[in-house]
Design a protein around this ligand. Sequence first.
Ligand code: DAH
Length: 339
Amino acid sequence: MSLANLEHQARTELESCSDEAALRAWHNKYFGKQGEVLLALKKVGSVPPEERRSYGQEANRVKEALTEAHDAALAKVKERALAQSLNAAAVDVTLPGRPLTRGRWHIANRILRDIAAIFSDLGFQIYRSREVEDDFTNFELLNMPPHHPARDMWDTFHTTVPGVLLRTHTSPGQIHVMREHCPEPIRVILPGMCYRYETITTRSEIMFHQVEGLAVGARVTMADLKGTIVAFARRMFGEERQVRIRSSYFPFTEPSIEVDMDCIVCAGKGCSLCKRSGWLEIMGAGMVHPVVLQNGGYDPAKFSGFAFGMGPQRITMLKYAIDDIRQFWTNDLRFLRQF
Ligand code: DAH
């Protein structure tokens, strides 16, 4: 085949190549090991000497021209393939977006934060205390020796390590914070999870939050305790709230009190929420027992303190008329979304 015919044939075939595979086959046919172009170049030896020079030049030109034509065709095919795939995967920017579902605070944590905000305005800091405690701190240092009957108030989860248990209340945190800061004055709240080995009912769970409060100083009195509780109740439940205190008993306070607030539904008239009494119980409290102060490192002759403990889940149930405490930890979104 003459060089002119070769070029013409190659170009015609190249034009009908519509994808990369066809181009590869074409390239193999003309530029492969046994390719027509290479064969044509090799033929230079068998050409009569006087034509050799012009033949060689022409063969090289054809080779370069075809290479160039092939590269251009390949670029065009690739461009077309890219355009096609972009087209196929095109995004319709006019479609409305899919809305993200918004997260929010779990109601239990939101209430803890509300309580913390109120007490921080009153000058209380937050102290984080451990949930795994020893018997000594959970009971003994709080003035409950091993066989003290008051221990019956706190059913306990024991671990397999003797003397190590899940705290039944946040009160042992009082000991930790006192020992850490003695002899400085203290004003802290201690929020966190507590555990009790109890039958689960609509009113009692085996895990729940408590918020403990502790103030220790040179002249802390019952009046300070009352003022603090009233300020808290009014910020949390409304300015018109009335608070009443009844005497009670806790081993770690003396005197001990129970705090009630007038019912948020009937304002004291009596309804089903307050069981016709007009009052809702919101916390236990008292003046820190001298033995407890001493166990914390403070001299009870020079220091006094008040303490309180409340269950935010109970308070939340009152506030939102929640009738089952188990709702707090089942993670049922139908419940959680309401808050
Ligand atoms: N620790 C008590 C409980 O779990 C609550 C409590 C009562 C805490 C009186 C106190 C307090 O600090 O003074 O039932």
